[in-house]
Design a protein around this ligand. Structure first.
Ligand code: SF4
Length: 365
């Protein structure tokens, strides 16, 4: 029973290769794909359309290490957060964020997923960054979070999730292959069959991966966690900027736009008296002109032990009007789920033991 293959980590091609090695017909690979990446099976025994003998053989050769729901909390505003326990007892979080039509019917159902247990980049405002990095998630540990949240969406709102954002724990581009594999799986007609335009992958600005993402013609939306509009301020809150600064980011994004002809979204957490002055807004508007883009202003969810605070409403309004006056397209995202620690990493950090790896300086993208 040792050295069993973890089939949850396999994408469609790898499952097809695995079935070929076992001399199984091609459709068995599709069945396995659907059990793992659509029905979120936790055991081979559940795979009732496979012959019993094959299920026994799979049990001998392989295993399923997905993400299992450990707890669930619901916010007054409808946000649902799940904590997932992984095979090695590590914990990650995913959040389901519903938006409603005026008549109370659910419109958009967005899932925010984690891509790593912890994170190495140590951004000063981020609960996950304070944990350090424990490990990368496998493809199946990412799709498993989405499928569990989808089951909740179907039970609570009678419809499937509509959008996915890779903005939970971890830096998605620091775990590149499983992240793009999982997005591909979630768009597969045999899987959840989501439109690529409904998926957004965010990064702090790992330039090598941004270029690869463009060169590989990846179809999902790209978001940049910017959070400050000049190097001096960005260095203070995001140590990665000391190695990969705004000039490097600009070059990578220009390459992205030349190749993909797709706009990007800049995520900008608004911190009181730190990055919310009219001058900051004008600098941000200049960045927003590098390539076609939109700015998402996000109101900060307080994190224990962090001195940066959410901006006051008056400062937000002044910032927003300066930003739009300077020509940027901007929207404001209100905090959701304040009462359940929905800012990613906040729940897991409370429950996780030990400390992960941290860096940030001298990292090469
Ligand atoms: S903001 Fe993103 S990159 Fe920065 S520490 Fe948090 S998870 Fe990591």
């Amino acid at each position: 029973m040792t050295n069993r293959i973890n089939l949850s980590a396999y994408n469609k091609t790898q499952l097809a290769d695995f079935c070929r090695e076992l001399d199984l017909p091609r459709y068995r690979a599709d069945q396995l794909f659907q059990w793992i990446h659509l029905k979120n099976a936790g055991s081979f025994e559940e795979m009732t359309n496979l012959p019993k003998a094959l299920r026994g053989e799979l049990e001998q050769r392989a295993e399923l290490k997905g993400a299992h729901q450990a707890s669930i909390s619901r916010s007054k505003d409808g946000t649902t957060k799940c904590l997932f326990r992984l095979h090695d007892d590590k914990l990650v979080e995913a959040v389901l964020i519903p938006e409603f039509f005026d008549d109370g019917v659910a419109d958009r159902l967005t899932v925010c997923v984690s891509s790593q247990v912890g994170c190495v980049f140590g951004c000063s405002f981020c609960a996950t960054g304070r944990m350090g990095l424990f490990r990368n998630l496998s493809t199946g540990e990412i799709t498993g979070q989405v499928l569990s949240m989808n089951a909740i969406a179907e039970a609570e709102y009678g419809k499937r999730i509509t959008n996915i954002v890779y903005m939970g724990m971890g830096e998605p581009f620091h775990n590149y292959a499983p992240v793009v594999d999982s997005a591909e799986i979630l768009c597969d007609p045999l899987g959840l069959d989501l439109s690529p335009r409904r998926i957004t992958i965010s990064t702090v600005g790992l330039t090598r991966q941004i270029r690869a993402y463009a060169d590989e013609k990846r179809p999902w939306n790209l978001a940049i966690s910017l959070h400050a509009a000049d190097d001096e301020k960005r260095n203070q809150i995001m140590p990665i900027n000391e190695t990969l600064n705004l000039a490097a980011l600009r070059e990578a994004l220009e390459h992205y736009y030349r190749t993909m002809k797709q706009p990007v979204t800049y995520e900008y957490l608004l911190f009181d008296q730190f990055n919310d002055s009219p001058e900051d807004a004008r600098k941000l508007a200049r960045i927003a002109r590098w390539i076609p883009s939109k700015v998402n202003i996000i109101m900060y969810n307080r994190v224990e032990g962090v001195t940066l605070q959410r901006s006051q409403e008056g400062r937000l309004n002044r910032f927003l009007s300066e930003l739009t006056r300077a020509g940027a397209r901007a929207t404001v995202r209100r905090s959701r789920g304040d009462d359940i620690d929905a800012g990613c990493g906040q729940l897991a950090i409370r429950e996780q033991d030990g400390e992960g790896k941290t860096i940030a300086k001298n990292l090469r993208g």
